[in-house]
Design a binder for this molecule. Structure first.
Ligand code: COA
Length: 248
């Protein structure tokens, strides 16, 4: 792996950030806590995503979880139980809108998931563009069972990924899904054997890197931004990006 520019790579506690040959690698790295998402991880993810956005050498990113058991088991429940009052939490969220930043980056993200993928694990995954899962992956949105609602965009991003019908069942019942069910509702693109998960993500990254980087970024922009627009405006956006690409 090459030296990471722009950020102090050794400084991270909850994430490993690496970069090699145009691919950035984000590894959620709290394996003893099943990579549960805590405030520190939020801050470090914010720093890493900013670096990915601003680093011209990064063409594509692979996101994965450390350890054998989980991509991410959701929000850190120990912090959740001692969380500040909602008004402070909301202020903190706006001060560091990691999800807005994630969704605004027009470089592709590939998510490679294994084991438990719960709550914010799913919310991170749906911020990515292509989602691979190993056969052992289990998906769930347990928030309502804890008396909360998803706070990392899940009520908006999950239905935009799977459609409302499947999303509402997941969100309202908290029922866990196997990898096969996740594939059926289009939460993921593909299931691969566990040993092939990372190689499959690498192969996708290699394919994307072989394409015109600007065309790739404009396609992502057109799709991601266009889906939030009425069709006529989406078509205008597409035409504008096509003209910009021709001129470049
Ligand atoms: N936050 C903080 N710690 C977590 C965690 C979370 N969301 N999920 C797991 N952990 C910790 C456990 O407390 C345990 O720590 P310990 O070894 O110090 O006791 C360790 O990770 C391993 O988890 P464990 O429960 O022993 O593994 P398991 O295989 O028996 O069960 C789960 C796995 C995912 C079913 C179970 O850990 C669980 O239900 N976690 C909570 C999931 C959740 O509700 N997330 C919040 C979504 S909003």
């Amino acid at each position: 792996m090459s030296k990471v520019t722009g950020i102090s790579a050794g400084a991270f506690e909850t994430i490993i950030y690496e970069k090699h040959d145009g691919t950035a690698y984000i590894t959620l790295n709290r394996p003893k806590q099943l990579n549960a998402y805590n405030v520190r991880m939020r801050d470090e993810l914010h720093e890493v995503l900013t670096a990915i956005r601003d680093d011209p050498e990064v063409l594509v990113t692979i996101m994965k979880g450390a350890g054998d058991k989980a991509f991410c088991a959701g929000a850190d429940l120990t912090e959740f139980l001692t969380a500040p009052p909602p008004v402070f939490a909301r202020r903190a969220r706006f001060a560091r809108d990691v999800w807005g930043l994630f969704l605004s980056i027009d470089k592709p993200f590939i998510c490679a998931m294994h084991g438990y993928v719960l709550g914010s694990g799913i919310e991170m995954a749906v911020c990515c563009d292509i989602r691979l899962a190993s056969e052992d992956a289990r998906f769930g949105m347990p928030e309502t069972g804890l008396g909360i609602i998803p706070a990392a965009g899940g009520t908006q991003t999950v239905p935009r990924t799977t459609g409302m019908t499947a999303a509402l069942e997941m969100l309202l019942t908290g029922r866990w899904l196997s990898a096969q069910e996740a594939l059926r509702i289009r939460l993921i693109n593909r299931i691969v054997p566990r040993v092939e998960l990372f190689p499959a993500a690498e192969a996708l990254a290699a394919k994307i890197k072989s394409l015109d980087p600007l065309a790739v970024r404009y396609v992502k922009q057109a799709v991601r931004c266009g889906l939030d627009l009425p069709l006529a405006e989406g078509l205008v956006l597409e035409a504008r990006l096509a003209r910009m690409l021709k001129k470049s």
